[in-house]
Design a protein around this ligand. Structure first.
Ligand SMILES: [Zn+2]
Length: 262
């Protein structure tokens, strides 16, 4: 029994030794000449999106912002134009989606971003890159996203002015358009905004949620419509839904500031 055990151990040891020699490479095929790592799996091509040839050089003023009304900034719900142009605006800024720049570039569209300072803290560089690399613009959507309607002048003034001050400092350009959170404002908002250098309060005509354009009236985008979406996890679905709908309805997205030039 003991003898058998020893023999068995000897056999096992021999097999191990052979394996070791093999592992040392003596019997192994020669190693490939280069030590480069294996190729990464191919990146699937991004799905196609509609693209829009700019009908004029975007960034060129096309129409003036309306004048102040008794010291109050005008409220713009839609752009008055008979040309087949629509405008895309993106609010808040909690989710800096990595696909945004690529989508904007491939579709040749330049959105206006109404950013809330508290939400973009920590990833300001992301929005600066969108502006510098794609030509998106940065406008004011308050410090902390409160419902402004009915708030005292001092509160509203701080929410608007401190944001414009911060963006001027951080991004090198002072916003001149303002979007009140929830679309809620009053005359105090319009007065405080004027005192902060804002030229217009900008609302919207359609919203994009969960990958679908939602209409308050009708089913088609019309000349001058201002569409609202958000920096959310569904950014790709939402932005693509807007692009598809604009294409379907024969509209070209152009830059909002061009039609509200200061
Ligand atoms: Zn908002």
């Amino acid at each position: 029994m003991r003898l058998l055990s020893s023999r068995r151990m000897l056999v096992v040891a021999s097999v191990l030794a052979l394996g070791l020699i093999s592992a040392c490479g003596q019997d192994a095929p020669p190693a490939p000449p280069s030590a480069s790592p294996p190729a990464a799996p191919p990146v699937p091509p991004a799905p196609p999106v509609p693209s829009f040839e700019p009908p004029y050089a975007l960034g060129t003023p096309q129409a003036k912002v309306p004048p102040l009304e008794n010291g109050l900034v005008p409220v713009v719900r839609r752009i008055h134009t008979d040309k087949p142009y629509v405008f895309i605006t993106i609010d808040d800024g909690q989710v800096p989606h990595p696909a945004a720049a690529d989508l904007m570039r491939r579709s040749k569209t330049r959105p206006t971003m109404f950013l809330t300072d508290r939400y973009v803290e920590g990833h300001r560089g992301y929005f600066k890159d969108l502006r510098d690399q794609v030509g998106a613009t940065i406008e004011n959507h308050t410090l902390s996203h409160p419902n402004l309607r009915g708030k005292p002048y001092e509160v509203q003034h701080k929410e608007i002015c401190a944001t414009s001050d911060a963006y001027q400092r951080e991004y090198g350009k002072r916003p001149y358009l303002f979007r009140p959170p929830y679309g809620n404002y009053d005359d105090t908002t319009r007065r405080a905004a004027a005192d902060c250098g804002i030229k217009a309060v900008v609302l919207w005509t359609e919203t994009v949620n969960d990958g679908a354009v939602q209409f308050q009236a009708g089913t088609k985008l019309k000349p001058g419509d201002i569409v609202l979406m958000h920096f959310r996890k569904t950014f790709v679905e939402d932005y693509t839904a807007f692009l598809n709908k604009a294409k379907e309805d024969g509209m070209t997205p152009v830059l909002l500031e061009d039609f509200l030039s200061a």
